[in-house]
Design a protein around this ligand. Structure first.
Ligand code: XIL
Length: 384
């Protein structure tokens, strides 16, 4: 189809030339071949990368990322435990390679994440005797971490997930060590420190399951308060670790609209769609949740049956339909993983399953869901 349209255009140019008119060069009418091109002008399309991808050891996936995406996120290498494993010891080896990869390919480079209760070493919250540190000590540690990490990449990392998952399911602030030791104002402080380190960076509050009304109301109240206090927050990230049947497209629509109405940018920061049987009752993405492996929870170890493949394609088309309705308010849509092979959803909340949450198969080939997402862009008139 793509080829025949090109052939047709070339044929028409030849006819014009034969008639003695000055031929205009044929317009490039080929359909956009990448997600980034298809959504150009609507929003950036990104992926979270692992070390093998941005260091080039997995050259096939590195090439796939370069060809398909306009934004990158670091799946793990900028988390506290990776970059600041011991007091006073920073290790930027992997993070430097990640940032260099994104810059080399002219992408929007995301930093994830500065203040979170997971993947943060215990020493951050304790003194040498293992007792909780004082508020002032923890504020000083947070400030040093943010100024060092954000400062190193000032002007090269374009946006930071400053605070991750600070709100509980019921909409109150989560009782994390950050909240219990410092108090509720740890969130405002984190944003102020990040702004001090890089005044031009986009600064984002990131969380999951904001389609659940109590949690959404809690985060809306939090963002309103931050804005009222003049805290430099520029966006809200909806993680979107989704399932085939959760959340409904309508509730995603409502959620994006509610945050956009506050005047902040909205980003879809960690999109994937779990197709396997539900293993835990909770919705969302609490990484500390674990469920035991059972054969019936891992029904498709070899390949995904076609009806499920088609259901996944329809699901992705519906989600991108919602994102496109909010073009101009949604700044980017980032997948949490590039192919089904490297997705964390093979191991969470049950380890060692065979899941199919992305647009690309284990062999790196586009799945029907990829075609559905490309078609959604065309139908909405996104792209060049
Ligand atoms: C996940 C990574 O994908 C895994 O490799 C790691 O073992 C645990 O964390 N919400 C977030 C991400 O904000 O940082 C998490 O990433 C997934 C849930």
């Amino acid at each position: 189809m793509r080829g025949s349209r090109l052939a047709h255009a070339a044929g028409a140019a030849a006819l014009v030339a034969a008639a003695g008119c000055t031929p205009r060069p044929p317009a490039p009418v080929a359909a956009p071949a990448s997600l980034a091109a298809a959504y150009h002008g609507a929003f950036l399309v990104g992926a979270a990368l692992n070390d093998a991808q941005f260091s080039g050891r997995d050259s096939a996936e590195a090439a796939l990322v370069a060809a398909q995406f306009s934004s990158v996120s670091p799946e793990n290498v900028l988390k506290w435990e990776s970059v600041h494993p011991r007091p006073g010891v920073y290790d930027f080896d992997a993070a430097d390679r990640y940032v260099a990869f994104g810059r080399r390919h002219g992408m929007f480079v995301v930093g994830h994440t500065l203040v979170w209760h997971n993947q943060t070493p215990r020493w951050v919250f304790e003194d040498s005797a293992g007792r909780a540190v004082s508020r002032d000590t923890l504020i000083a540690r947070m400030r040093d971490h943010i100024l060092t990490v954000v400062g190193r990449y000032r002007g090269r990392v374009n946006g930071w997930d400053v605070v991750n998952e600070a709100v509980a399911d019921d909409g109150t602030l989560r009782r994390s060590p950050w909240q219990t030791i410092i108090g509720d104002d740890f969130i405002a402080m984190a944003f102020r420190f990040a702004h001090e380190a890089d005044p031009d960076a986009q600064l984002v509050y990131n969380d999951y399951a904001l389609e659940n009304a109590p949690k959404r109301q809690g985060v809306l109240a939090l963002v309103r308060l931050l804005l009222a206090e003049g805290v430099p927050i520029t966006g809200v990230g909806l993680q979107e670790h989704d399932r085939l049947d959760w959340p409904s497209p309508e509730s995603v629509d409502t959620t994006i609209a509610a945050f956009a109405a506050l005047g902040v940018k909205v980003m879809i920061t960690e999109l994937d769609v779990d197709v396997l049987p539900r293993a835990v009752a909770q919705t969302g993405a609490d990484v500390s949740l674990r469920a035991a492996a059972r054969a019936e929870l891992d029904p498709w170890p070899d390949s995904l049956p076609d009806p499920v493949q088609q259901a996944l394609a329809r699901r992705y088309a519906a989600l991108f339909g919602v994102f496109l309705r909010h073009r101009g308010r949604v700044a980017r849509v980032t997948f949490w993983g590039v192919t089904d092979r490297d997705s964390w959803r093979n191991d969470w909340p049950v380890r060692g399953r065979t899941n199919y949450p992305t647009l690309f198969g284990r062999d790196g080939r586009p799945k029907p869901a990829f075609d559905a997402v490309m078609e959604a862009a065309g139908a909405a008139g996104a792209g060049p």
